[in-house]
Design a binder for this molecule. Structure first.
Ligand SMILES: [Zn+2]
Ligand SMILES: [Zn+2]
Length: 151
């Protein structure tokens, strides 16, 4: 087996064996345990090739560098720990999510990302300021500056 193939396999096996999506730096850390000569450029090169082969997919979280995971996990969602930056897989989805769309709209796909602190970080971190405003409707209509209505 040539060197490139061995390195690519080591990277594929890191992604196969870890439960969570990983950043290139995390992949490098685990791959070094198997192939001590691997460098970050090899990780990027192998990821590119594994993405092309559809063995790996990227996990995109807005404002975050992409993580990578194996492509055969099936439908699932992610949790980002804002304290340590680790991304975790979630086991469940939501029932009836398609009902959120207006009548007669067709929903093809959805994304759900939970933000917070993982079980290691939760005891020693305060809740971050909520970024999403998705629940504002439940707590009353969003505040709109009042305008005088001529009577
Ligand atoms: Zn954490
Ligand atoms: Zn889902």
């Amino acid at each position: 087996m040539d060197r490139n193939t061995r390195q690519k396999r080591a990277i594929a096996s890191v992604l196969r064996n870890r439960a969570n999506p990983l950043s290139p730096a995390e992949i490098l850390k685990f791959a070094l345990e198997e192939v001590p000569t691997i460098g970050i450029a090899t990780v990027y090169r192998s990821l590119k090739s594994l993405l092309k082969d559809e063995q790996v997919v990227s996990v995109e979280i807005p404002g975050e560098p992409p993580r990578y995971e194996r492509a055969d996990k099936g439908h699932h969602h992610h949790f980002l720990c804002r304290t340590c930056g680790e991304v975790f897989d979630l086991k469940t989805c939501l029932d009836g999510i398609k009902k959120m769309a207006p009548p007669k709209f067709r929903v093809d796909d959805h994304e759900i990302i939970l933000y917070g602190a993982c079980k290691d970080c939760a005891p020693r971190s305060k809740p971050a300021k909520q970024r999403s405003k998705c629940c504002s409707l439940r707590n009353g209509a969003p505040r709109i500056p009042e305008t005088k209505v001529a009577s």
